[in-house]
Design a protein around this ligand. Structure first.
Ligand SMILES: Cc1cc2nc3c(=O)[nH]c(=O)nc-3n(C[C@H](O)[C@H](O)[C@H](O)COP(=O)(O)O)c2cc1C
Length: 221
């Protein structure tokens, strides 16, 4: 089947297809605060890292339904526009329910973390706190935000990384991702994926190693 994103008969066509096909997605559980310092937390899975020198992340925040272009619909986007800072908290299995609660459309004066019963701790380089129980957090400063249609693409530079000691292999340093048990988002509302016990590896070959292997396979035949 082929689908045309311009097909107006299915108003959610592009969204439905994108969240089903671009999956699993990492979840950026973003803490931000408004100009009065009121903390907000919400999850976003239109998220990835997009550069390493400097370390860059991108997050897609949609305006709320009904709000037209030019309107900053979500508290997270408004806070980042106003303060230019945010923190991406990594979500593990133990935090899944609390993260999901933070996606409820509360008014701006509600701190979702109070509702989810979660504490925060100060960050090191930005004024926005991180979630105390999160296994890792990326402290970010907004580089730029592009507004395209009803979406805002927020590009942030990571100015500080926090990773809980037990998930760090100091040799690299590397993240012990197999132990961290991050969750991802799949298709549809409330659809997630675990990473626990789901890792597998394929050796990454150099061209020479591949040539050698090919020679061996030919020799056998
Ligand atoms: C796992 C998950 C991923 C989400 N990803 C996005 C996303 O990428 N973009 C978006 O605009 N909303 C996304 N949402 C919805 C927002 O979290 C929701 O609109 C939230 O109320 C925004 O809160 P805020 O107004 O406090 O910023 C997601 C929700 C969940 C549960």
């Amino acid at each position: 089947m082929h689908f045309d994103p311009a097909d107006t008969a299915h108003p959610h066509l592009a969204y439905n297809l994108l969240i089903g096909l671009v999956a699993p997605r990492p979840i950026a559980w973003i803490t931000s605060h408004n100009l009065e310092g009121r903390v907000n937390a919400a999850p976003f899975s239109a998220f990835n890292y997009v550069g390493t020198e400097p370390p860059l992340v991108a997050v897609g925040v949609g305006n709320r339904p009904g709000s037209g272009p030019g309107v900053v619909g979500k508290d997270t986007a408004r806070n980042i526009r106003d303060t230019r800072e945010f923190v991406i908290n990594v979500v593990d299995e133990t935090l899944a329910e609390a993260m999901n609660l933070c996606a409820i459309d509360f008014p701006p004066d509600v701190n979702e973390l109070d509702i989810a019963g979660l504490a925060t701790v100060p960050s090191t380089k930005v004024a926005v706190p991180r979630i105390a129980g999160a296994p890792a957090a990326l402290e970010c400063r907004e580089v730029t935000t592009m507004e395209i249609g009803r979406s805002r693409i927020i590009l942030g530079e990571v100015v500080s990384f926090y990773v809980k000691d037990e998930f760090v292999d100091p040799a690299g340093p590397y993240v012990l991702a197999e132990k961290l048990h991050a969750i991802g988002r799949m298709n549809g509302r409330g659809s997630y994926v675990r990473t626990r016990g789901a890792f597998f590896s394929i050796p990454r070959l150099t061209r020479e190693e591949w040539e050698k292997g090919r020679g061996k396979a030919k020799g056998k035949a």
